[in-house]
Ligand binder design. Structure first.
Ligand SMILES: Cc1cc2nc3c(=O)[nH]c(=O)nc-3n(C[C@H](O)[C@H](O)[C@H](O)COP(=O)(O)OP(=O)(O)OC[C@H]3O[C@@H](n4cnc5c(N)ncnc54)[C@H](O)[C@@H]3O)c2cc1C
Length: 391
């Protein structure tokens, strides 16, 4: 069944960008698209920040502007408003990565609670999100996954993690916000799953407040999703499912090889794609019990979800189904979907420039021509620039 959505309309895709802004994006993606330039740029930036060469201004006006909303929650207001003008919602994503240690976990938790406060008074921010390693030690989680005995100090540490998860979920529940828990590496995901299911059981009785993330590049993930859904039905709660393909493939494979265990990743891109699309089908078929967020820049999967909505006679803006993309990427998907009346949300990362650098470097990495994304972005921007010139 074909829905009549098209992602080809670049006038809709880039309607929120002025000519000047679009040219800036063109320049940025051309640079990132060149693997040598991109790698060189990344190394220069890392070095300059380390020895305190003042390059923040350049970063702020280029890559930061493309992929981030601001340096603080309130600095994101203009972006939130701009997206809202085009019927796109925002998820504020505090993009501090890799800062381990109890005090950093408490700072990050405090920041997420501030986002929830902000979201409570702004209908354009219906969700909030956190990264598990932002609020708990991955070493501790790994130890739990390996079923190693915890000492008393570690037991206390884990109780603190559980307490942070609950404080965030409780605040979301009370303020009417939905919560996405991101997923990272497979080798400490099991205890995170357990914590998230505890929260679902507690807060998802009337609808899905808490969402787990299912990385469809992992073997057996569709099965995990089915087990979660059956468990939800049995115990009387709704399952929140954020589907993604997964962002840490190389690391997962290298680690499996190095440590001599079976590669947890699907054998190839096609099987990941198949599992992702089957998971979409499963979620829509079970929409009476699952709320779905499809976090993807893949055109086929986004088309498929529109077709499934049509096939199952659901409204385009059924509040149980959201399409999600990252700010600064795949605007042709987000803006065309939103224009056609689907629910769309963008992850809008924010934070001080030094803190969001790992996030920005990952965006630059996955946008090099080897990984593919930026050539598509460039093609679309070029098409739109030509269209505007011909007017
Ligand atoms: C809103 C949003 C939220 C996200 N949240 C998370 C999160 O919580 N956790 C997380 O890990 N990622 C997250 N991501 C990133 C996501 O997992 C993907 O890395 C990214 O979106 C690219 O996948 P895609 O579906 O957009 O499209 P595509 O470009 O079609 O797919 C690329 C992906 O396919 C998979 N793949 C590529 N080659 C192979 C291969 N040879 N074998 C097997 N699989 C392969 C990899 O997962 C790769 O990232 C999120 C993305 C979005 C848009």
């Amino acid at each position: 069944m074909k829905s009549n959505i098209s992602f080809a309309d670049t006038s809709i895709a880039f309607s929120y960008k002025s000519d000047k802004e679009l040219k800036k994006s063109y320049f940025l993606f051309s640079s990132i698209n060149n693997p040598i330039l991109s790698k060189l740029g990344a190394n220069i930036v890392k070095f300059a920040l380390k020895v305190k060469i003042p390059i923040k201004g350049i970063i702020r006006n280029t890559v930061f502007q493309q992929f981030c909303g601001g340096e603080s929650i309130n600095q994101c207001d203009a972006t939130i408003k701009k997206l809202a003008n085009y019927n796109i919602k925002t998820i504020l994503d505090y993009a501090a990565e890799g800062d381990q240690g109890e005090s950093n976990y408490n700072i990050a938790t405090g920041e997420i609670l501030k986002i929830i406060e902000k979201a409570a008074s702004n209908l354009n921010i219906p969700f909030c999100v956190f990264k598990p390693t932002g609020i708990g030690s991955k070493d501790l989680l790994e130890k739990i996954q390996l079923e190693k005995e915890l000492n008393n100090h570690e037991k206390e540490e884990f109780e603190a993690v559980r307490h942070r998860y609950d404080a965030i979920a409780k605040a979301c529940f009370e303020k009417g916000i939905q919560l996405y828990v991101d997923s990272e590496d497979s080798f400490y995901q099991d205890p995170i799953d357990d914590l998230v299911y505890e929260l679902m059981e507690k807060y998802n009785r009337v609808h899905a407040v808490v969402f787990n993330t299912y990385q469809m590049y992992r073997k057996g993930m569709l099965e995990n999703l089915k087990v979660a859904s059956e468990m939800g039905r049995k115990r009387g709660y709704y399952v929140g499912a954020k589907l993604v393909r997964g962002a840490y493939m190389e690391k997962e494979r290298e680690r499996a090889e190095e440590k001599g265990y079976q590669d947890p990743i699907m054998p190839d891109k096609e099987s990941t794609d198949r599992q992702y699309d089957d998971a979409l089908r499963y979620c829509v078929e079970n929409i009476d019990n699952i709320e779905l967020c499809s976090g993807s820049h893949n055109e086929n999967s986004n088309y498929l979800l529109t077709e499934l909505i049509l096939k199952h006679n659901l409204a385009k803006d059924d509040k149980r189904i959201y399409f999600a993309q990252l700010f600064g990427m795949s605007d042709h998907i987000s803006f065309n979907l939103a224009n056609a009346g689907y629910n769309v949300v963008k992850y809008v990362p924010y934070g001080p420039i030094e803190t969001v650098m790992p996030y920005l470097l990952r965006r630059a990495e996955e946008n090099t021509s080897i990984a593919g994304q930026s050539s598509r972005e460039l093609e679309l921007i070029t098409k739109e620039l030509k269209r505007r010139k011909a007017r």
